[in-house]
Design a protein around this ligand. Structure first.
Ligand code: SAH
Length: 226
């Protein structure tokens, strides 16, 4: 997970214990526990010591995913977080999506043969149609980039693969999970409507706490049935 605010409801409802850093040089912080007989290792990306904010975005996500997978060899990697949704997909704030069937990058534009597809990534997700039905969740392609806002190029690329959940981490983590042949799934609660009228940063901060609560509830339900 990227942000402490997103993780708090999960940490408290699962009674996860803060273990601390996994590698003294890296900012990631580990919280651990057992839920319904399953070991849960929640790796949070930690805070930037220079700017004092959570390490959001793809660099920390890649590093954290590698650290966690190498250390724990998990049966599954779950990227739980918040995201932007789209009116054209019928999204409302508080909706929760499972990634399906792929996650992609919308800001790696490389207009060269084969590199174009490489940039987009198209990383596979654990088949989650039945999980979504059982848990009452939406399904959609999660689209990752390193900006909270977007430009016309991002928008067109997202449209080309029907990206309907906009975040800043999922595809980066999915890539590492693919390298390790570990099943990957993203669960994302909507904090803001990308094609709506309210500026994203305003809407995000307004809804972060409520959406994180919803994310926590649904992540617990997901952990219970996988
Ligand atoms: N100013 C905020 C920064 C949050 S950035 C703060 O520190 O409180 C947004 C985070 O939420 C990222 O981790 C990203 O994955 C997710 N997110 C939520 N809405 C998003 C959107 N519309 N676009 C991209 N990422 C979004």
């Amino acid at each position: 997970m990227a942000m402490l605010a997103e993780a708090k409801p999960i940490i408290s409802s699962l009674n996860l214990v803060k273990v601390g850093k996994v590698n003294k040089n890296l900012p990631m912080e580990l919280y651990s526990g057992v839920y319904k007989g399953k070991v849960v290792n929640l790796l949070l990306n930690g805070k930037c010591s220079t700017h004092g904010v959570d390490h959001i975005g793809t660099q920390a996500a890649t590093l954290g995913a590698h650290l966690g997978i190498e250390k724990f060899s998990p049966n599954m990697v779950i990227n739980a977080g918040t995201a932007g949704g789209f009116l054209h997909d019928g999204a409302s704030v508080g909706d929760v999506y499972l990634s399906h069937p792929i996650v992609c990058f919308h800001d790696r534009r490389i207009n060269l043969p084969n590199f174009k597809e490489y940039g987009i990534g198209n990383y596979p997700c654990y088949p989650s149609t039945n999980l979504a039905k059982e848990l009452g969740l939406k399904l959609g392609v999660v689209s990752t980039g390193n900006s909270l806002d977007f430009n016309t190029f991002d928008k067109n690329l997202m449209k080309s693969y029907n990206g309907v959940v906009k975040d800043m981490e999922a595809a980066a983590i999915a890539w590492v999970a693919q390298l390790y042949s570990t099943p990957f799934i993203a669960i994302k609660a909507i904090t803001d409507i990308v094609d709506g009228d309210i500026p994203t940063e305003e809407e995000f901060l307004l809804n972060l706490s409520e959406a994180s609560k919803k994310l926590g509830e649904k992540t617990l339900e997901l952990l219970a049935i996988i």
